[in-house]
Write a protein that binds this ligand. Sequence first.
Ligand SMILES: NC(=O)c1ccc[n+]([C@@H]2O[C@H](COP(=O)([O-])OP(=O)(O)OC[C@H]3O[C@@H](n4cnc5c(N)ncnc54)[C@H](OP(=O)(O)O)[C@@H]3O)[C@@H](O)[C@H]2O)c1
Length: 283
Amino acid sequence: MQEKKTAIITGGNAGIGYETSLAMAKQGFRVIIIGRTKQKCEQAVYDINQSTQNDNCSYYLCDLSSQNEIKKTSDLIRNEIKVVDILINNAGQVYTHYQESEDGIEMQFATNHLAYFLLTYELLPLLKKSTEARIICVSSNSHYRGQLNFNNLYFKDSYSFFKAYAQSKLCNVLFTYKLAALLKPFSITVNVLHPGLVKTLIGTKQVKWWEALAWKIWSSRGISVAEGAKTSIYLATSNDVKNSTGLYWNKCASQKSVAISYDIQLQNQLWELSEKLCNIRYA
Ligand SMILES: NC(=O)c1ccc[n+]([C@@H]2O[C@H](COP(=O)([O-])OP(=O)(O)OC[C@H]3O[C@@H](n4cnc5c(N)ncnc54)[C@H](OP(=O)(O)O)[C@@H]3O)[C@@H](O)[C@H]2O)c1
């Protein structure tokens, strides 16, 4: 019998990540969620197992803003799992006020970018064992307004949450393009996407009540969470894209990302800085 394919989805306990996990479990994947909240992960796994009528789904607990937790969780995964076929870097968060991770890094940069960078590095040995692996990074169209200023990366003195968020989402695109080029010799594709404006709770966590209200009003114009997961699911499962790599996607179609995201020098500069901040060397 053919082995089930294994998909790891960060932030698979809620929002777009949950819908993606559910759809992939329905398609017969072995689904592994990485999440930070035990009770939410347990609930998500229970709900997915119930509605797919099999025990395909499990979770690892990890706060992805912590490099130490990413490394420990990856150790566990490498000990327990032989091959990873799909990695969906999806977990993201919005902080409207300046906050640092335990590694002293601005929170949105730490979770939205460095966690993608470090987790992918840690799981690469398992992805290389797959006959056809796919890495998918969930970015945002806010990346079009993102800028990278290496002299003021954390916006510490006059914090702009939107600038920090847009920067982290631009980093997703720069990271994807550089990684796709690096992994060309292997059977691993790497793509990045915008899910749409989606009615999730992302803008209601770690924020003041009026900011949460503003997000609810703003996102009420958005699409459903199931709709918002469609491009992630498409990139993870469709045969049409099995050879596509290094592309930015929106509504299941590739499109141009912002011009600076194609700047190789900028990609390299971000890459080197990320390696330094995570204390790793990719190759
Ligand atoms: N919603 C939109 O309109 C929109 C638009 C463009 C891009 N996106 C992107 O889509 C992705 C998913 O967002 P969403 O809208 O589905 O948000 P969501 O409903 O808040 O889901 C985010 C998921 O990430 C997890 N997460 C956040 N910080 C984490 C951490 N430090 N460690 C581990 N897990 C963490 C959350 O865990 P908890 O449940 O414990 O909080 C949750 O499972 C994000 O990358 C976001 O930037 C969303």
